[in-house]
Design a protein. Sequence first.
Length: 396
Amino acid sequence: MKYSKRIESLATSMTLALSTKAKDLIKEGIPVLDLTAGEPDFDTPEYIRLAGIDAINKGLTRYTPANGTIELRTEICKKLLTFNNLDYSPNNVIVSTGAKQSLLNALMAICNPGDEVLIPSPYWVSYPEMTKIASGVPVTVETSYNNDFKVTVSDLDKYLTSKSKVLIITNPSNPTGAVYSKDELMEIANWALKNNIFIISDEIYERLNFVSQHYSIASFNEEIKNITITIGGFSKSYAMTGWRLGYCTANDDLIKLMNKIQSHATSCANSIAQYAGYIALKDEKNEIEDMIVQFKNRSNLVYDLISNSGTLDMIRPQGAFYGFINIKYFIGKKYNGLEINNASDLANILLDDFQVAILPGIAFGNDNYIRISYATDKNTIKTALERLIDLSKKVN
């Protein structure tokens, strides 16, 4: 029996795999300091949890329209107008089982076999694999540390071909924490228009921007809006990862195609989660702002520890909750006879000998870096990074 070669070629999600391994070790009584997961350590705010319970008690447990309840889509449109400066009708919104499904829906609606998807590196681990699922060809676009790993028009020009179809932009960025300015986004948008390229704008971390107002690339003008699919969700900003609730907006034609896909894939997002998301937006409380402030404080802690280490360096995280740490100091050195040739070697030593779980940069397209998540308490962050720095003093 032969199976799908396309699916067999997919890599598993390293973030989920290593996060699961760290959690398993913790269950076995090994005190691992886990900096792998892209998941807020805060509980879902109480008013949202109570809304979920209320949905069950009200009997809101049946199928909804494939694109989501009208109440939630209407509330999303209000939020898009006030926060993102985007004017959409509820018919241009699809609510999905997490932003991941929205991304995959978008790629499947756009890509034909052989179409190239431009993915700036470092990238979120799932972009290349989602592209393959959608029969597209992932094309890694190298970016510069000196530009905070933000892609530029000159970077994109190097990889542009007649098969280029889609550009994925993440703002703020996972894994680097970089944030694009309005001018930077405008240049990219005009480049996409000029070259007839769709933009998938992944804005799942939009609320976690520590340095400036958030700008949605689709908000600049109607032409740019027409070629852009904007991805949003509730997992990061509202600490609702397990609720699996995301959404996307796009032009009429793309929305119809994505609605077809979703109607056959999952029918609809979870009805209880949809009601909780509706209340999350409608009755937002101060817990969200408090959470954002704590993430900003943690980002400063990470940057200060690494910058003052004397051995390691990184760009300053400006958003999301990740640090992308340059490990060139370790490359070619040894610890207890083990040579460190890349971030994967370093990750194994840190986990086995220092009980610190991090993600090697190979998962994000660059194995000379490691990604740490500071979506955990300050003591865990501080202790884990002190062990990383301690290791840097012990290699030779």
